[in-house]
Write a protein that binds this ligand. Sequence first.
Ligand code: K1U
Ligand code: ZN
Length: 180
Amino acid sequence: MAILDILHFPDPRLRTLAKPVEEVDDDLRQLIDDMFDTMYQAPGIGLAATQVNVHRRLIVIDVSEDQSDPLVLINPEIIDRGGVESMDEGCLSVPGFYEKVSRADWVQVRASGRLGEPLELRAEGLKAVCIQHEIDHLDGKLFVDYLSSLKRQRIRKKLEKEARDRPDGRADASHKQQLI
Ligand code: K1U
Ligand code: ZN
């Protein structure tokens, strides 16, 4: 079990456009397992590779209450969407802040699964919102980008202060990029 460090807003590495996964191999499956461990421990309902400083198109999700519905999406693409849903969103990269964001209420997604097998699925409600939130991460986008610049600025200032005050100074860690 490995718990990975999660990047925090406004770390510029969160703005990286992730590259497609080219090979689904044991190294990638180890990363997937580590991402699930990290997400469940946080706790959270989703995690994008971008958030753990791996700039490949990979997300993990589990919106169940008992860790019974893990979903791995490699190179996910939304091929259709509809409806409008407005719900409070949080983000493990923006700890402590929850704000309403408007998104599609259902999505049809094409991706590959943990073994590299092709997948197509329709998700609704919280799962659909979470998939959109995680794909945004792969495109370097954060839920705070949907808020007013005033709100975004306030959040940025609070998190910058918290990072400064933290003894490990984690937000100042090296800006080295990690690609597997
Ligand atoms: O991407 C992330 O940072 C994970 C994020 C996903 C998400 C939450 C809400 C709406 C859209 C996307 C989180 O998991 S934040 C934590 C959270 O929502 C939660 C934590 C424990 C139990 C239930 C929810
Ligand atoms: Zn997030």
